[in-house]
Design a protein around this ligand. Structure first.
Ligand SMILES: [Zn+2]
Length: 326
């Protein structure tokens, strides 16, 4: 089998020379990843997943499934080739074809990222050393590349609420009463075939949340990064409109989200519950007043849903309305 169907060499060089210099290698890797996807015919859409399996084939990488690997996946450099192994529980068959699960897509994207980094380091040594690709933690860079392979952040930031399936074709939205609901978010992540966490993280400060005038809070117990375990329910991640600020790691009680603790205790996995409360938030009052935040009490409402994060950890997802002018 011919090794390189896709000329990675040419794509990396082109993206590298598209700017006089790169202050941030992460920006370079994001642009490179999106360019690679475009080269294999991908057009950004909120209605279908990125073609990571096609990319693997066009890069000439082998894929095997194995019941016993030490982790979820790993790569082996072979004579004239590159083999990716993924555990067999990350693939399923519909009778005629094999499909990767959402976790399988993540594992594959991560291993493709290892290949891309390895390729630049081996074949494009000058670019690799100017960008200092080998100095940093390779795992972090691979996570960045794989997250971009699964959901490119550039086009996602520019996407509109109307691009969300089931919304675009519908009647005009009543902004005041519209909520980016748990059900909508679930449909969206299924269309994109990405994990719930990956989607929520990437929605932060996007045009979609601005237009929807909605926010999403992920909270969990025991995530205090400075003191270790915590008996309080804390904000793990808040993805909110661009005019807002919500401190990560804060106790949910400090913003007034009292209903969260109750929801955490009574909800079953995947079950949704509505709430109505007064939240304490921070808002940028105007475009020209710099980056100063001013406090605001938000009379608002939304939904809670409980999900499993790992076998041992559970998190609460909260959606809510955050209109700039109420
Ligand atoms: Zn890795």
């Amino acid at each position: 089998m011919e090794r390189n169907y896709l000329s990675l060499d040419q794509i990396v060089t082109k993206v590298y020379h598209s700017r006089p210099s790169w202050n941030d290698k992460k920006v370079f890797l994001k642009e490179l990843t999106f360019e690679i996807l475009q080269r294999i015919g991908y057009k950004f859409s909120l209605t279908r997943p990125t073609p990571v399996e096609k990319l693997r084939i066009l890069l000439g990488l082998d894929l095997t499934f194995s019941a016993d690997l030490s982790g979820d996946a790993h790569s082996t450099k072979k004579e004239g080739g590159w083999e990716i192994a993924i555990t067999s529980d990350q693939v399923y068959s519909d009778g005629s074809q094999q499909w990767l699960t959402e976790r399988g897509r993540f594992s594959l994207a991560h291993e493709i990222a290892h290949f891309i980094l390895h390729y630049i380091e081996e074949e494009l040594t000058e670019i690799a050393s100017t960008l200092r690709l080998s100095e940093e933690n390779a795992e972090q860079l691979c996570d960045l590349i794989s997250s971009e392979l699964l959901l490119p952040s550039g086009p996602l930031e520019r996407a509109s609420l109307n691009d969300i399936p089931a919304l675009g074709a519908g009647k005009p939205l009543h902004r005041e009463s519209f909520l980016l609901s748990i059900r909508l978010l679930e449909n969206l992540r299924k269309s994109l075939n990405v994990s719930r966490m990956a989607l929520i993280y990437k929605l932060d400060h996007t045009h979609i949340l601005d237009e929807a005038e909605c926010g999403i809070i992920i909270s969990a117990f025991g995530v205090n990064r400075s003191t270790g375990r915590s008996p309080a329910l804390r904000i793990l991640k808040a993805s909110i409109p661009s005019w807002g600020f919500m401190p990560e790691n804060a106790r949910v009680s400090t913003i007034g989200l009292e209903s969260a603790v109750h929801a955490f205790n009574v909800l079953k996995y995947g079950e949704t519950k509505q709430w109505k409360e007064r939240l304490r938030v921070s808002e940028r009052p105007g475009m020209n007043i710099g980056n100063k935040w001013s406090p605001r009490m938000l009379d608002t409402w939304g939904e809670h849903a409980l999900y499993r994060f790992t076998a041992r950890q559970t998190y609460l997802m909260t959606t809510f309305k955050w209109s700039k002018n109420q």
